[in-house]
Ligand binder design. Structure first.
Ligand code: ATP
Ligand code: MG
Ligand code: MG
Length: 588
């Protein structure tokens, strides 16, 4: 096993394990969710992390970083990672997304089952507890119902340059607050008429501590709790409670939440003083979110691309969603490797897309079967074939290893004949300097086949090449004695016309044409790469006839390709997606 490089989160966890920070738990005995309680009965010396997506879209590569981080830390330190749906926002959430997220976490190679317990939670299961905790805060004089208009509330919050101003509702009595809050809950007030706010400090230099909102009114149906509630907890209130009820030890989030940490601690301190939650309570730690070049990682923006038809769906192979990467041909191992390589830091920055591609190549190089494919085919005719081979229809069997470093995987075979498909770019009438492939008078080897000498090419009326002509050089077949007697500089890939398979190949490129989309003046839609998809009709060697959806290959010299997991039918409609080129094509 390789030793994982340390980072600040590992150091914190190791310190907590050494010091036994969570070894002595004080049980509040709250009647929260039985499942959460069950999970708490586990060995308290273990660390407990969570991945808490909001089910309002499909997960993207940034979430993958968070999943690999949270589940990875739990795995490495013998702890547990919870999958928790942060479903506190009734309007944008859907069951379709819940199912998609579960599928994605499992596909990435992680499980929320540990020691026979299913650590799958949803924030809406804690709505009763959250409500009770809110009443407790009111009773303790720590929360009040504010009925200022949203505009007044905003104006009175102040900003960095000036302190806020107390709301006229801030000094309400506990009884009045309780009565009003219950009326909010009973549906007696319309949306926006009031909010419950924490009573902290309107002059705090941290704006998040200027009496943040805890509950809002929203007469909306929730995908899980239906119409039971018309008030919903704010994320900043709900999240610390969710963590505490699940006995999370290390609550890892992105840097944007750094300023929320004082409220996170304030709330959990107050609730543990009131005996409502277990202690010691969870701590929040922040790391830099992943920004990946040439894509956007905001669910809202990705949803817009889908809704407006700029891509074919959430799983369009150009999308940085996990379902998109999966369809593109990325493997779970390559995404895990990518996450490990980029590590965690405290400084925001951009990771180059080529790092993701590099991880894919490093994963597939040892796994993917090799095959020859001609992506931009032009016919090559070997004029003396019949003469040399004893008939124009004669086919000569050639073979190549399935994997060059693993002979045990056997060989693949294909037929060489009078007519061959080659890449259009492999012929030049007047070769530029350093061009060693086909031009009149030059000899090249057709890989795993014979050496040929180029004679010339035929053109149609428009000047486009219709076929290239060549002559076979006898006794040069690869692998036969004396085959290398003639030295050639060019070695080109090919597919036989007799046994080549026609296929649709989708050549995907970067989704955006600028490295850091959505950061400048321009609307991000104007930065979409108009050439992000090119569809070509290619010819493939016959070993691909049995390729299954989602099977990955290295097309020699072209890069890594995958049989499309949705549309590829091996015999009827062969469709391959380019995952990545062989070397870093992005730097060009
Ligand atoms: P988005 O802004 O794309 O909607 P989000 O943060 O609102 O993302 P959540 O569903 O709340 O989406 O995210 C779940 C978890 O994934 C959070 O803990 C969040 O910190 C983490 N996460 C989201 N985006 C990234 C990212 N780009 N890099 C690292 N972690 C991320
Ligand atoms: Mg969010
Ligand atoms: Mg968001």
């Amino acid at each position: 096993d390789s030793v994982k490089p340390s980072n600040f989160l590992r150091q914190i966890i190791e310190r907590d394990l050494d010091q036994g920070t969570y070894a002595q738990r004080h049980w509040a005995g709250h009647p929260a969710d039985a499942k959460a309680h069950q999970s708490a009965a586990l060995d308290p010396a273990r660390i407990r992390t969570r991945f808490p997506p909001e089910p309002n879209g499909y997960l993207h590569v940034g979430h993958a970083k968070s999943i690999c981080l949270n589940f990875g830390l739990a795995r490495d330190y013998g702890g547990v990672c919870h999958l928790r749906f942060d479903d506190t926002n009734p309007e944008k959430e859907e069951t379709e997304y819940v199912d998609g997220i579960k599928d994605t976490v499992q596909w990435l190679g992680f499980s929320w089952d540990a020691n026979g317990t299913r650590h799958l939670y949803q924030a809406s299961d804690y709505f009763d507890f959250m409500y009770r905790a809110a009443e407790y805060l009111i009773e303790a004089g720590l929360a009040y119902v504010d009925e200022q208009s949203p505009e007044q509330m905003r104006a009175n919050r102040g900003d960095f340059s000036r302190p806020g101003v107390d709301s006229p509702f801030r000094s309400r009595s506990i009884e009045e607050n309780l009565r009003r809050f219950r009326e909010m809950k009973e549906g007696k007030l319309p949306d926006g008429a009031a909010v419950l706010r924490a009573k902290i400090d309107m002059a705090s230099p941290n704006i998040n501590l200027r009496d943040p909102a805890l509950y809002r009114i929203k007469h909306a149906e929730h995908h899980h709790t239906g119409n039971k509630w018309c008030i919903y907890p704010m994320y900043t209130y709900a999240h610390p409670i969710e963590d505490a009820l699940e006995n999370i030890t290390h609550s890892i989030c992105t840097l944007e939440f750094e300023d929320q940490r004082p409220f996170y601690d304030w709330l959990l301190d107050k609730l543990s003083e009131g005996g409502l939650i277990n202690t010691p309570h969870p701590r929040q730690y922040e790391f830099a979110r992943l920004n990946l070049t040439y894509v956007v990682t905001s669910k809202r923006k990705l949803k817009q691309l889908v809704d407006e038809g700029h891509v074919s769906g959430w799983d369009d192979p150009r999308m940085p969603t996990i379902v998109g990467l999966r369809r593109r041909g990325y493997t779970p191992e390559s995404i895990q490797l990518f996450s490990e390589r980029i590590g965690v830091s405290k400084a925001n920055g951009w990771i180059d897309f080529s790092i993701l591609e590099g991880a894919l190549r490093d994963d597939l190089d040892g796994k993917a079967a090799r095959a020859m494919a001609v992506l931009d085919p032009v016919k090559l005719v070997i004029e003396n074939w019949g003469e040399v081979m004893g008939g124009d229809d004669v086919l000569d069997e050639c073979s190549a290893p399935v994997h060059p470093h693993d002979e045990s995987r056997g060989r693949r075979s294909f037929k060489f004949g009078r007519e061959i498909w080659i890449e259009r770019s492999d012929y030049e009438e007047t070769p530029p300097k350093g061009f060693f492939r086909l031009f009149p008078g030059n000899k090249v080897r057709l890989k795993y086949g014979h050496v040929i000498e180029c004679v010339g090419a035929d053109r149609d009326a428009s000047g486009a090449i219709t076929q290239v002509r060549a002559k076979l050089v006898p006794d040069t077949k690869s692998g036969t004695p004396g085959a290398d007697a003639i030295k050639v500089k060019g070695n080109i890939t090919w597919v036989g016309v007799a046994d080549g398979l026609k296929a649709e190949v989708r050549l995907y490129d970067r989704l955006f044409s600028v490295a850091q989309p959505d950061t400048g003046e321009k609307d991000f839609l104007e930065e979409l790469n108009p050439e992000s998809l090119k569809v070509v009709t290619a010819y493939l060697e016959p070993s691909l006839a049995s390729s299954k959806p989602d099977e990955k290959f290295q097309f020699e010299r072209h890069g890594y390709f995958v049989a499309d997991r949705k549309e590829h039918l091996p015999s009827a409609s062969r469709i391959f997606n380019r995952v990545a080129g062989l070397k870093d094509g992005w730097a060009k």
